[in-house]
Design a protein around this ligand. Structure first.
Ligand code: ZN
Length: 294
């Protein structure tokens, strides 16, 4: 079971629509960091030689949006996927837009990230002498390539690169914050990829995000405040339709990625992130012992 998907906002709609194939099992995992979100196991193409099994975890809830980004137990979720045998994680999320070359509903495969979170547990290696890990490619290049290929084969317009800035939340950003992030080179703004991506790398798992864009960030366009609506007027009805349509495309995009990845050995650096600590005898091959006493 090497493939896993972490679903973002809207994942629960697809779960309730049985959009991912046949569910084989579902259970939360007790970890040293608490209980994970339920880990679903799905099979697509059941019975055929082409069948693929994968794990699925919904970040924000099972039936509705029940937990915001700063309160997700990222360590428990990543630990749980590793425990259940995942070595590759496709993470989907719906950030806002800073760079106006992007539009709501577009797909983007981010290549770099700015961490602007403030209060999250960002490592498995508290009070340990390990974890000094290079981030030349914060996201797995091999999974990113598979996402690109899948979108290309399906003919869905997409952008091959983007810098994602991760804020703390749950509140949205102010106009001045968005201006600051733009100056720093950010194209997209969201709240979920940190520390998820870095935790996956600490456990030598491959991780890459695929983003569908939900709305223009504050101050990017002049939008009137509309009380009582999602994003309070930041998203138009037309944009909402485009976004919903993009969400419905996810199962097909994921399947395209799986078909490619299952043919490929892991050829990236993600799997060797802690190699030098192993070489020095500081840790063994048993990843569960890397964290010491939690
Ligand atoms: Zn990788």
């Amino acid at each position: 079971m090497s493939l896993a998907v972490i679903g973002g906002s809207g994942a629960y709609h697809l779960l309730s629509d049985n959009a991912f194939g046949t569910e084989v099992s579902c259970s939360a995992v007790d970890t040293p960091f608490g209980k994970s979100a339920p880990v679903h196991e799905f099979e697509v193409g059941s019975g055929s030689s082409e069948s693929i099994r994968f794990l699925f975890l919904s970040r924000h809830g099972e039936t509705d949006y029940s937990i915001t980004a700063p309160f997700v137990n990222y360590r428990a979720n990543i630990y749980a996927l590793k425990e259940r045998g995942a070595s590759r994680i496709l993470s989907w999320s719906g950030p806002g837009i800073i760079n106006t070359k992007f539009r709501p509903g577009d797909f983007v495969i981010p290549h770099d990230i700015l961490d602007e979170t403030k209060r999250r547990e960002g490592t498995f290696f508290k009070n340990r002498g390990i974890g000094f890990i290079r981030q030349s490619d914060p996201f797995c290049p091999q999974i990113r390539e598979s996402i690109h290929e899948s979108l290309h084969l399906l003919g869905f317009p997409h952008h091959e690169e983007g810098v994602y800035v991760c804020t703390e939340g749950p509140r949205l950003e102010s106009p001045a914050e968005i201006r600051k992030f733009r100056i720093c080179g950010a194209d997209l703004v969201g709240m979920t990829l940190v520390p998820e991506a870095f935790l996956a790398r600490e456990l030598e798992m491959c991780y890459a995000p695929i983003c569908y864009l939900t709305n223009f960030a504050e101050g990017v366009h002049d939008r009137k405040f509309q009380k009582g609506e999602l994003f309070e007027g930041m998203q138009t009805e037309e944009e909402k339709r485009d976004v919903d349509e993009s969400i419905r495309k996810f199962p097909g995009i994921l399947l395209g990625c799986f078909m490619q990845l299952k043919e490929q050995e892991r050829a990236c650096h993600c799997k060797d992130a802690l190699e030098r600590y192993k070489n020095k005898g500081m840790i063994t091959d048993d990843w569960r012992t890397w964290m010491g006493d939690v």
